[in-house]
Design a protein around this ligand. Structure first.
Ligand code: G
Ligand code: G
Ligand code: MN
Length: 508
């Protein structure tokens, strides 16, 4: 069926996609937004951690700077100075003096002997160690200041560092790394690779001391963030999706409606005239043609009018469609008309809705203007199955049509129920006997009797008769013998395209 080309499946697909598109797009935007928020959070966290660690290390650096000149003096002489720094400087846990890589004096033990290995210190200044003999398994950050044989070591308790990692990090995973060692928020020192933080990882080094911090989130954090922050936006997205799907549904319904499809076909000039010859009852000469509409559909091929005329009538498009058919017919046959010896009958099928305005008169006037004067008889075929109401308007219309010389044929005669009054009111010129009656020829006597009565009636009313659907010579001979003026049917010619018709007409 040409008028339901779009399948339900493809329509459903478009609807679903239209619904999913805003949801998918919105989801992607929220995803990006969440990622950006998380990146911002890890950046701020890392920056803040660096600020705090730098502040703490400033105290150890100060203490070391003050004590360095004392290195070399006897422990007994500097012991108090070492302890004073521990007391006065926040975060400083112990202070130590070194001479020639030998730790010889400590705020904790006083006189002491311990080898100092410069390689333990990252960039020679910082060493993150997992405890010492005094507090094993407790992180300790050692700051080393060196000058010639003199050296000062000040230490910072890992407790403070882990506290910063915990407090600043909160929702973020935050790590402190010094050389090959790293400290986690639980206060443990590890060696080697730190865990991967695939979401919004931010690594930054201190500008002043030899350490760096890493902030980030484990896998799945983006989704967790979105779920906790955007629940109302999710509902909104689903709402937009539903609205978009509904709009797509209704737009599709409209664009795939029969009238939309017919309008498209009309604009694309897909409605073309076919011509079926009408021959003279006695001479069998081609004396006219009925114009029959065909839809040259790009996918469905040639479509018969019964399949689309009802839609065209319903939508009102039948009027411009018929007008287009008349224009094409005039263009094709108009140039031949000076050669017509007798007025050529051109039958055009008209629906009742076309008779609702006087525009039809103008259409006919334009049509006739394309032909040599007097070279044709324009016959409007009105089907008996769909009678026109006799109103002031329609009576005036037919009056004007007759003045133009346009003739009226009652199509499919015998299948409807027009009264004699009707025939006279509209000044009908021809009756087109429906093919079902013609098919009765050769059948039983009763059927033939009905046909004979129709022919007789039209003769009495002084109407011309056209017999439709003549397929056999028997029918043809019977009808001419009974005085039927014109014959139409496959016996003489099938409906054919304009070019074929013109070729046949000019070579007859
Ligand atoms: O040619 P045939 O199969 O083709 O025509 C089928 C029906 O369509 C017939 O009843 C004929 O009257 C109708 N028809 C054909 N062309 C037109 C037209 O241009 N306008 C109208 N209203 N009916 C047409
Ligand atoms: O309703 P109307 O008379 O306008 O339509 C004519 C219809 O009859 C068209 O569909 C046309 O194709 C068809 N037709 C024309 N000649 C014959 C014929 O000899 N036999 C049959 N069966 N149909 C015909
Ligand atoms: Mn017809």
């Amino acid at each position: 069926m040409p008028l339901t080309i779009k399948t339900r499946r493809s329509r459903l697909l478009v609807t679903v996609l239209s619904g999913l598109l805003p949801i998918g797009l919105g989801f992607a935007i929220l995803c990006l937004q969440a990622q950006r928020a998380l990146e911002q959070s890890t950046r701020v966290t890392a920056e803040e951690a660096i600020r705090q660690f730098d502040l703490m290390l400033d105290n150890t650096a100060h203490a070391a700077r003050e004590l360095l000149p004392l290195a070399g003096q006897s422990c007994e002489a500097v012991k108090l100075a070492l302890r004073e720094q521990v007391t006065r400087r926040p975060f400083v846990r112990s202070t130590n003096l070194v001479w020639e890589d030998n730790l010889y004096c400590s705020s904790l033990f006083g006189e002491h002997q311990e080898k100092v290995n410069a390689d333990d210190y990252n960039q020679g200044t910082l060493w993150l160690m997992n405890g010492n003999p005094v507090t094993p398994d407790t992180a300790l950050l050692v700051y080393r200041l060196n000058q010639g044989k003199q050296g000062a070591l000040t230490t910072l308790d890992g407790y403070h560092l882990a506290n910063v990692l915990r407090l600043i990090g909160r929702n973020t995973v935050l790590l402190l790394r010094v050389g090959p060692h790293w400290l986690s928020a639980d206060g443990k020192v590890h060696q080697g690779d730190s865990p991967a933080l695939p979401v919004a990882e931010n690594q930054r080094a201190s500008q002043r001391y030899g350490y760096w911090v890493t902030a980030g989130f484990p896998e799945g954090e983006t989704w967790r963030y979105m779920r906790s922050h955007y629940p109302s936006l999710f509902s909104l997205l689903i709402f937009f999706g539903a609205v978009s799907a509904l709009i797509a549904q209704s737009v599709q319904k409209r664009t795939s409606s029969p009238s939309h499809e017919l309008q498209r076909a009309l604009d694309a000039e897909e409605f073309v005239p076919y011509f079926q010859p009408v021959v003279h009852g006695i001479s069998k000469q081609w004396s006219g043609a009925e114009v029959l509409m065909r839809w040259n559909h790009p996918k469905e091929g040639l479509v018969r009018p019964d399949l689309f005329i009802p839609f065209a009538e319903h939508s009102g498009l039948i009027v411009p469609m018929t007008r287009s058919l008349m224009q094409q017919t005039a263009q094709l046959l108009g140039p031949l008309s000076p050669a017509f010896k007798e007025p050529f009958h051109i039958g055009i099928n008209i629906t009742a809705s076309h008779c609702q305005s006087l525009a039809l008169v103008e259409d006919c006037r334009t049509f006739l203007g394309a032909f040599a004067p007097g070279s044709i008889h324009l016959v409007l075929e009105l089907t008996e199955r769909q009678l026109i109401e006799p109103t002031a308007m329609t009576l005036q219309l037919f009056e004007q049509l007759h003045q133009l010389g346009v003739m009226i044929a009652l199509d499919d005669f015998g299948t409807g129920h027009s009264s004699l009054v009707y025939l006279r009111q509209f000044n009908v010129d021809f009756l087109k006997i429906d093919q079902s009656f013609v098919a009765m020829i050769g059948a039983d006597a009763l059927s033939r009797h009905i046909l004979d009565s129709v022919i007789e009636l039209s003769a009495k009313l002084d109407l011309g008769i056209v017999a439709e659907g003549v397929e056999t010579t028997e029918q043809s001979e019977y009808l001419s013998a009974h005085g039927v003026n014109f014959l139409q049917g496959y016996l003489f010619g099938r409906p054919m395209p304009g070019a074929d018709f013109i070729y046949a007409l000019t070579h007859h």
